[in-house]
Design a protein around this ligand. Structure first.
Ligand code: ADP
Length: 408
């Protein structure tokens, strides 16, 4: 086959596009970057040409829409001979947030797939329209290239009905497609597999609790490589305490805020998604800042941290019970990979469950996957950096490679 082995990964938000160009022969990153504030006067592009080892380039200028953004990205890539018109580009992989029940795997995009992603907009009103815009823009630019959708929800479609259904009237739930879909699936898939590898075992032989703790946060219970439960639900609002989202609350809080607090649905939406979680509890959503304040004796920061940890511990216990046997707990994403005090506090006191963190190993800062459990502990505790872009590129390339073979 030719040397066409490059995959462009696009993560399109409503006013931003994140991208990475990878060479799948060795999974190396050739370039990465970000366009922000699309549609504003002060749009910003930051491009890092990794293959040439060059300096990052950054500029601010109006970028009207996603089409202009992708053309600007292509122009930056072209400066290093990597433009989107290059014959070496094999496929474009798109992160798509919501794939509903139907998309259980990465999927080559055609008109029917586009229609289905569009049909799911009511359950993902913020994300799917932006993802669709990114796909359509990329299709217009390279109509000849296969484009693949990799869904945040796909990894969780293996959840049994007992975990996926809310205990509400079945007809009402089904009429509105209300069920627990879960998110961050690409990360949970990647990290659970990488954890098995770290233990020197096949994914089929390992039960893992994955704790994806970024600004958004979710936990999953993975039995033998298949997700059996996850903490996010119909939307990414359910579950753990997050940077700005509440995670679990009594649903009656919403009724109370409307009836007694006089708040509108839009106001409650903003409160729970943007003004809750760590930022609502203490005014900061960055764990570094919260730890700094705790070190200075700040009580609100301490309480926010304690609530965050309490919820995390509850999920570890719950998923331990769901799995029955746990081989490893894996911490990932911004907080999970970097915040040693969070990892320490989350498993503190769980020795009876075979969980214990080694303080020295936990304090080491490193880039790769590593074990931080105490010698002799029954359950491995691991730090496993996530790589959603690599996972999207890998899945895209595997799918397109397969298609090429069947055509030949
Ligand atoms: P997302 O992709 O959800 O935006 P990330 O996975 O990049 O988020 O995580 C971002 C969060 O990680 C920050 O808000 C911050 O709380 C946390 N974080 C990043 N670096 C550190 C660090 N060195 N120590 C503690 N927390 C960190």
């Amino acid at each position: 086959m030719s040397s066409s082995s490059r995959v462009l990964v696009l993560n399109s938000g409503s006013s931003s596009v994140k991208y990475q160009l990878l060479d799948m022969r060795d999974s190396s990153r050739l370039a990465m970057g970000l366009v922000e504030r699309i549609g504003e006067e002060t749009s910003r592009l930051k491009h890092t040409p990794l293959a040439s080892g060059g300096e990052s380039r950054e500029w601010t200028a109006p970028i009207a829409d996603h089409d202009a953004a992708l053309k600007a990205v292509s122009a930056e890539l072209a400066k290093d001979g990597l433009g989107l018109d290059s014959p070496e580009l094999t496929a474009i992989g798109h992160r798509v947030v919501h794939g509903g029940k139907r998309f259980t795997e990465p999927t080559v995009i055609d008109d029917a797939v586009l229609a289905e992603i569009e049909r799911l907009i009511p359950v993902a009103p913020l994300h799917n329209p932006a993802n669709l815009t990114g796909i359509r823009t990329a299709q217009a630019l390279r109509p000849d290239l296969p484009q693949v959708a990799v869904f945040d929800t796909a990894f969780h479609t293996t959840m049994p009905e007992s975990a996926a259904r809310y205990a509400i009237d079945v007809e009402t739930a089904d009429a509105h497609r209300i069920r627990r879909y879960g998110f961050h699936g690409t990360s949970h898939a990647y990290v659970s597999r990488a954890t098995a590898k770290l233990l020197g075992k096949a994914p089929e032989d390992v039960n893992v609790i994955v704790l994806h703790l970024g600004n958004g946060a979710s936990a999953s219970a993975v039995r033998g490589g298949r997700c059996v439960d996850t903490s996010m639900g119909l939307t990414p609002l359910e579950g753990l305490v997050m940077g700005t989202r509440s995670g679990d609350t009594d649903p009656a809080v919403i009724l109370h805020l409307a009836r007694v607090g006089g708040m509108s649905i839009a106001e409650i939406d903003t409160l729970l998604n943007k003004k809750s979680g760590l930022i609502g509890l203490c005014g900061d959503n960055d764990m570094r800042e919260i730890r700094r304040r705790i070190d200075e004796g700040d009580e609100r920061a301490q309480l926010a941290f304690d609530i965050y940890i309490h919820r995390l511990k509850k999920y570890i216990g719950a998923y331990y019970a769901v799995l029955g046997r746990v081989d490893a707990i894996a911490f990932t994403a911004g907080v999970g990979e970097n915040a040693a005090p969070v990892r320490e506090a989350a498993v503190a006191g769980l020795e009876q469950l075979g969980l214990a963190v080694d303080a020295e190993l936990n304090a080491i800062r490193a880039d790769g996957p590593r074990l931080i459990s105490r010698a002799g502990a029954r359950v491995a505790v691991a730090v496993v950096p996530t790589d959603e872009e690599l996972e999207i590129a890998t899945q895209t390339y595997a799918l397109v490679g397969k298609n090429i073979k069947t055509v030949e």
